[in-house]
Design a protein around this ligand. Structure first.
Ligand SMILES: [Zn+2]
Ligand SMILES: [Zn+2]
Length: 201
């Protein structure tokens, strides 16, 4: 089994970015996705602002509305970007765009029937997934390196950590199942942990 050292910062698949994405990179991803759906949603992107929150711990995103200037601001959480895969992040962007559309069009927004209908139409969860407690945490196995990355899904590095390296120092990876504290460093270890935890997985 070959060892892949990922040097390129990449959001998904290749994985384990060496450096955290900048706010500009996160916003660029959000804007590109927004442009691809704005016409269908009917939201006016020119009348919309974007921001990144480094502090938001619970909410993946939010849409603020200034009734005086009639300007919506979509705030996306850096933690959500780190924790979610590409598709999940983009669904958060669409969720907030639907809020922005409601504000622009009706002057208010909530998760009522109008929102739910549109959410269904654009394949968006009505309640954004909480990311306070990730299911998995990737850690560097070296004791002098405190690099970690939270994951909600069993991505490739979670299932086969032996094929990946720490995003910071190149050390080997250890995966922790956060709720149980159980750890593994290989694909067989992942399988063993799954079996051992059974319904508690
Ligand atoms: Zn919402
Ligand atoms: Zn490391």
């Amino acid at each position: 089994m070959g060892i892949e050292t990922i040097t390129e910062s990449h959001f998904e698949a290749k994985f384990v970015p060496r450096t955290a994405p900048t706010d500009e990179e996160i916003l660029a991803h959000a804007r590109v996705h927004a442009r691809s759906v704005a016409d269908d949603i009917g939201v006016d992107l020119d009348a919309l602002s974007w921001a990144i929150s480094a502090r938001a711990k619970r909410r993946a995103g939010a849409c603020r509305w200034d009734a005086t200037s009639e300007e919506a601001t979509i705030v996306l959480s850096r933690r959500a970007y780190d924790a979610f895969d590409r598709a999940a992040f983009e669904s958060i962007v669409r969720h907030e765009l639907i809020h922005a559309w409601e504000y622009q069009r009706f002057g208010d927004s909530d998760h009522g029937p109008r929102f739910r209908k549109r959410a269904q139409e654009f394949d968006v969860p009505v309640h954004c997934e909480s990311f306070t407690e990730p299911r998995y945490r990737l850690r560097c196995a070296r004791t002098d390196c405190d690099w970690t990355l939270d994951r909600h899904r069993a991505s490739k590095p979670v299932k086969a950590p032996g094929r990946y390296h720490c995003g910071r120092c190149g050390g080997s990876l250890r995966v922790e199942h956060v709720e149980s504290g159980r750890t593994w460093e290989s694909a067989s270890g992942y399988g063993g942990a799954r079996t051992a935890l059974g319904d508690d997985w």
